[in-house]
Design a protein around this ligand. Sequence first.
Ligand code: 13P
Length: 289
Amino acid sequence: MQLVNAKGMILEAQKGNYAIPAFNINNLEWIKSVLSACQEAKAPVILETSESAVKYMGGYKNVVDMVNNVVEFLNITVPVCLHLDHGTFEGAFKALDAGYTSVMFDGSKLSIDENVMKVKQVVEYAKKTNASVEGEVGGIGGTEDGVTSAGELACPEECKRLADTGIDMLAAGIGNIHGKYPANWEGLNFDRLKEIEAACKNTPLVLHGGSGIPAEMVQRAIRHGVCKVNVNTELQLAFAAGTRMYIEGGKDLDGKGFDPRKLLKPGCEMIEQTVKEKLDMFDTTGKAE
Ligand code: 13P
């Protein structure tokens, strides 16, 4: 099965009131584990890499080849999209040239005028390969005295300006944060989400920082226009926990337990389990039947 862009799967999710999970990948183990779990659960999926993950994995071309080869080798039949997460302007073009089927251009730190101008150029370029494009609007951060208790809130008018560029999906802050949520996190801001939803009409919205958000909150966000949920930290924590159990149990010292294929297996199984939990939470299980 060839890699696809995110357009079709996102629009289906929008119609069906569920969300497509976008899992950040780091290496071969991540690619195999995420794809196996999604195939088993019959769920469409977006695999995404940050630019630092691309560097770690040996470049855009290598990521494209690895994903394609694993899809073929494991007989993956569910739709798979390969997406650049938080891409720079230059990175978005490089990823598209290498065969990514979707890119995010993160212009959220730029002025809205420059963000709009650059997003339009990425959208134009992405048309050549029929790739999908995600944009991001910045917002007011929630850090006080170095403590972050609320994530950024995007301005609905700015969201509309970005949505009007022809992007396929829009990341807009509604109090979400990357990484672990602080104990005093104020939760997602649904008033702001509803304003953004109204301003952007039908543009599918993306929820970043999908790790650790309570299920009811994610599901409520999905009812208000969120069609893609990004998850990174939870898979990293799951992998680390599985690996820790193995080492702390002294299993690497037992016979050939030091073989990387054995050593990394519990972490991979934990990734698969976490992926399936997210697919159930986002109601994506069975949607690629
Ligand atoms: P988490 O690491 O919080 O899951 O966020 C992932 C993300 O939003 C990637 O863009």
